[in-house]
Design a protein around this ligand. Structure first.
Ligand code: NDP
Length: 252
């Protein structure tokens, strides 16, 4: 039920953090992986690690805000592995400022990287998935898909949008046997949140106090939900948003 042998997955931003944690899970379950991100040195090292875990991996240098690059990412995947079954829209960024300090350029950078990228990648992947008779799209939201934060207006808007975009795609593509779901990670220890801990006073203490499991997540905590949402086990699950947060979102 969870076997991904013969399947091919693109993981955007899969060269580190949550994306690499998910890619490790998919590779161990038997999928071949394409890592789509900008930093080629990081992608190369991720590919080496994934090749040791599963049946194959490639890096395709991609800026997910660039429509032409995203189309090339899908073409390169089909050229390398002959099919595309799973797309993980994980690439993301944040600029931490209150709304009155965010410039239009910063707003666009966050929305383009976190939300428009999911549209571009899903749009580019759809024809191959439809032709193959089905597929799985996993979008990465956040606790800020549910809550707000004064220091992250563009990020919260993008992550709220991801959940609604997920529902729209799920409704549109159910007839094509493409399931589209979102994962809402809690606070996971990655480069992104190491930066946040430096920029937001008290964040570390607040996360530890509020998370019932009493710890930050690690990227490998995201592997299981990725395998579930990429496999036959989730064939009747679509349009939903699953928190993977150590209980952060159930504690007031
Ligand atoms: P990281 O900073 O470790 O990873 C971000 C990834 O996104 C990198 O691999 C980066 O690769 C890639 N990326 C950024 N911009 C682009 C771009 N324009 N084109 C292609 N790739 C890009 O952060 P996380 O692992 O923490 O974040 C991954 C996702 O999880 C994000 O969507 C984030 O919002 C979300 N998230 C994280 C949480 C956490 O606690 N860590 C909580 C909730 C959600 P490169 O620079 O090489 O392009």
């Amino acid at each position: 039920m969870f076997d991904l042998k013969g399947r091919v997955a693109i993981v955007t931003g899969g060269n580190g953090g949550i994306g690499l944690g998910m890619a490790r899970g998919l590779a161990r379950a038997g999928a071949r992986i394409v890592i789509a991100a900008r930093n080629e040195a990081k992608s190369k090292s991720a590919v080496q690690e994934l090749e040791a875990l599963g049946p194959g991996a490639r890096a395709v240098a991609t800026d997910v805000t660039d429509e032409a690059a995203v189309r090339r990412m899908v073409q390169a995947t089909l050229a390398a592995f002959g099919r595309l079954d799973i797309l993980v829209n994980n690439a993301g960024t944040n600029i931490r400022k209150p709304p009155h300090e965010v410039t239009l350029a910063e707003w666009r950078q966050v929305l383009d990287t976190n939300l428009t990228s999911a549209y571009l990648c899903s749009h580019a992947a759809y024809p191959a998935m439809k032709a193959a008779g089905g597929g799985k799209i996993i979008n990465i939201g956040s606790m800020m898909s549910i809550f707000g934060a004064g220091f992250a207006p563009a990020y919260a808007a993008s992550k709220g949008g991801i959940v609604q975009f997920t529902k729209a795609c799920a409704a549109a593509w159910a007839k094509d046997n493409i399931q589209v779901n979102a994962v809402l990670p809690g606070w996971i220890d990655t480069e992104l949140t190491q930066q946040a801990r430096r920029q937001v006073p008290g964040l570390d203490e607040n996360v530890l106090r509020r998370t019932p499991t009493g710890r930050w997540g690690v990227p490998d905590d995201m592997a299981g939900v990725a395998v579930f949402l990429a496999s036959r086990a989730s064939d009747f699950v679509t349009g939903t948003a699953i928190p993977v947060d150590g209980g952060y979102s159930i504690q007031g």
